[in-house]
Design a protein around this ligand. Structure first.
Ligand code: SF4
Ligand code: SF4
Length: 706
């Protein structure tokens, strides 16, 4: 072994590095009711590894296609990129992954390992999730659904332009494939009957389909419809007659859905009456925006107080104007009627959408509480009846699809505990959650990159039919958007304070000035500020800085070890090692894949950012017999700072070492294009040709010498 190339660090501390995931839970994941590994799948999309992204998504949520359309994405609100410019478009990236990864083609299977049958009453998201996970746990499961297809509110409440029905059909088919028995057109009227039929447990998830009444005079007039019934009828294929002018009362998603549906059914003027202001509106802001674009009018700070019906069938709605007072129990400012501000308004149809509640059949004999919701033990999800569990909107009142899916998943685990006579396992969080905002000085140093929105149908086209409004990113847009992620919580940490020589290299090299000396004189790297660029990891001479999350299967050390072993075993000469950044679509990642398949003697080490390749990695490749080494990265498109300059500095360092040991410095080269470089492939070909010539020349020299 050449002593000049010996790098004891490489073989000792480096190989000792733990490969375990020590990362902190990022805020996006902490905000998700299903605790989806968002950072992980967004990173995989950024690398163009879509099938793997889909795998991560499906592990967290088997109904990801549904969420890709209708999740209210609380993760985006929590996303730390919000502090820099705009949050990552997480839901749209998920949609891209499920569409391009082929989620609908995924085949689900399950084996029956238990004999206890479980009944799931209702087939909304909570029921579907509960059935799925119980089946995975090996139980025979039957879903009872009053309608002709499963889906609950997803099918009868959400309009098709927001959630196409083939998505639900695919989920229904998948549940059947797994062996879930689905009994549609079957309304359960008594839970006793289910137990008589041999079911050992029941999960009641009947949703909240009953519209609340406004409690005003004239509410029962013909022409006054309730929002839930209106949407159900339309979603089941009916076409209620609406006339020209429609008013919708309410400020939530049902009100917006009803208004946009009325437009699509041909109403020429649709107005929403909301008693508070836009700030207090509970509807998804994107849905509100899209409704306005389509021509829905929203009249704020008004409430109907009386409805009269004229002889010609038109409705005269008496409204009162409101002002906002102090916040009420919901935390929103309370609407207060302004005396003498009444005005009248004539419409053909008035749709009420001021809230919904569950309607639990009396024969179920379940204890209900506030808002007619079923009362359950918050830990066990058991009701007042043994063996009967409940969850979803029937327990919480109208909530989000993701919350309902989470409730269904939890119910499956609690039912399993019950049937196996176990005390419920209340899971402890395995990892800590990242806390703390980015500091203003860190924000200042992060490059601002505009959020890319997926394409949507133009308002004038979409208001005429029920086609999905939001379209899917193309590959370039999805990858570009995913690359904006800050990889929160997976940054650097000091592995061993004892081995840290306090040389201050990390302080000097960090582009974001994150590491600092604390009061006791030890180096601290605050997790909340680190952007996981890996530069300090590569530069630390004592090799005591590590990234909290290794680069999964493509961890650079193990990948290099594996590739060099294969290269040496192949005995093919000459061989060249290329470290290729995996981010981007037409970048070096794609090139690496092509080369791996087509270029004999070129061994590619995929890396997540060229800035993470250390001089020692390159020297180790030479030590193992490589004739040439190159690094290819994405340059100007890199999401991190100073990548090109660090790569170049390390290449120069390796060149000097090569010179010292009598090897040509041009055996190592960096290819960091300024932008998308179409000639990159040609340049790399030339480099490999040149290495071949150097190898030939050195072989001839050796022969001459001998
Ligand atoms: S920047 Fe990325 S990791 Fe951080 S919160 Fe947003 S999506 Fe999650
Ligand atoms: S990984 Fe990068 S951002 Fe984090 S401390 Fe090290 S050099 Fe700074």
């Amino acid at each position: 072994m050449c002593p000049a190339l010996a790098d004891n660090n490489y073989r000792t501390s480096r190989t000792e590095r733990p490969l375990s995931d020590r990362s902190l839970i990022p805020p996006c994941q902490a905000a998700c009711p299903l605790r989806m590994e968002i950072r992980e799948y967004v990173d995989l999309v950024a690398q163009g590894r879509i099938m793997e992204a889909l795998q991560v998504i499906r592990e967290g949520n088997p109904f990801s296609s549904i969420c890709a359309y209708v999740c209210t994405h609380p993760c985006e609100e929590a996303c730390r990129r919000n502090q820099v410019d705009k949050p990552i478009a997480i839901r749209s990236l998920k949609r891209f992954a499920v569409e391009f990864g082929g989620d609908r083609m995924v085949y689900a299977t399950a084996e029956t390992t238990h004999s206890e049958k479980v009944a799931v009453v209702g087939s909304g998201p909570a029921g579907m999730a509960c059935a799925y996970y119980l089946r995975k746990l090996g139980y025979p499961v039957t879903i009872f659904e009053a309608h002709s297809h499963i889906g609950g509110m997803l099918r009868v409440g959400i309009p098709q332009y927001r959630l196409p029905r083939d998505v639900l059909d695919a989920e229904e088919q998948r549940l059947t494939q797994m062996g879930v028995e689905i009994r549609t057109n079957t309304r359960v009227v008594s839970l006793d009957l289910l137990f008589e039929m041999g079911y050992k447990a029941a999960f009641v998830t009947i949703g909240a389909h009953q519209s609340l009444r406004m409690g005003i005079e004239g509410e029962d007039n013909p022409g006054v419809l309730d929002g839930a019934t209106f949407l159900r009828e339309v979603n089941l294929g009916l076409k209620p007659s609406l006339g020209e002018k429609v008013a919708v009362v309410g400020g939530g998603n049902v009100a917006i859905d009803a208004a946009r549906t009325a437009l699509r059914l041909g109403a020429s003027k649709v107005s929403i009456l909301y008693r508070r202001s836009r700030t207090e509106m509970p509807a998804d802001p994107l849905e509100v925006e899209q409704a306005l674009e389509e021509g829905v009018e929203i009249i704020f700070l008004v409430a109907p107080v009386k409805i009269t019906r004229k002889r010609d069938g038109k409705l005269v709605v008496t409204c009162v104007r409101m002002k906002l007072g102090e916040p009420d129990a919901s935390g929103r400012r309370q609407p207060i009627p302004i005396k003498g501000s009444e005005f009248q308004w004539q419409v053909d149809v008035l749709i009420t959408a001021i809230g919904q509640a569950p309607e639990t059949p009396g024969d179920f004999r379940l204890r209900t509480g506030r808002g007619s919701t079923i009362q359950v033990d918050p830990v066990t999800l058991t009701t007042n009846r043994p063996g009967v569990f409940a969850g979803g909107d029937a327990v919480t009142g109208p909530a989000t699809v993701t919350e309902a899916l989470a409730a269904g998943k939890l119910a499956a685990s609690r039912i399993d505990d019950y049937l196996q006579h176990r005390y419920p396992q209340v899971g402890k969080q395995a990892r800590e959650t990242l806390s703390g905002d980015l500091l203003p000085e860190t924000i200042e140093m992060i490059r601002k990159v505009s959020r890319l929105e997926p394409p949507i149908l133009p308002p004038e086209t979409r208001a005429g039919d029920f086609k999905p409004v939001e379209l899917v990113y193309d590959w370039i847009a999805a990858i570009s958007e995913a690359r904006r992620c800050l990889r929160c919580g997976m940054g650097a940490e000091i592995l061993s304070q004892e081995r840290c020589a306090t040389c201050l290299t990390c302080l000097r090299v960090c582009p974001y000035h994150v590491p600092h000396l604390d009061a006791s004189g030890t180096i601290e790297i605050p997790a909340s500020q680190c952007l996981a660029c890996g530069i300090c990891v590569a530069e630390c001479p004592a090799k005591v800085v590590i990234l909290r999350k290794p680069y999964d299967r493509r961890h650079i050390d193990s990948e290099l070890h594996h590739i060099l072993k294969s290269a040496v075993e192949s005995k093919a000469k000459p061989f060249v090692v290329g470290f290729c950044c995996q981010y981007g679509l037409f970048g070096t990642g794609a090139l690496a894949t092509l080369w791996r398949e087509s270029k004999a003697g070129v061994w590619i080490v995929p890396v997540l950012c060229a800035a993470r390749v250390e001089s020692e990695h390159m020297l180790h490749a030479f030590e193992m017999g490589a004739e040439g080494v190159f690094i290819a990265g994405c340059g100007e498109q890199c999401a991190r700072e100073n990548t090109a300059s660090w790569v170049q500095q390390r290449v120069e360092k390796v060149r000097k070492t090569l010179l010292q040991i009598g090897l040509e410095p041009e055996r190592v080269c960096a290819f960091i294009p300024g932008s998308a470089d179409e000639e990159l492939g040609t340049k790399l070909d030339l480099f490999i040709e040149q290495i071949g010539e150097l190898y030939l020349a050195s072989t001839i020299m050796q022969e001459v010498k001998s």
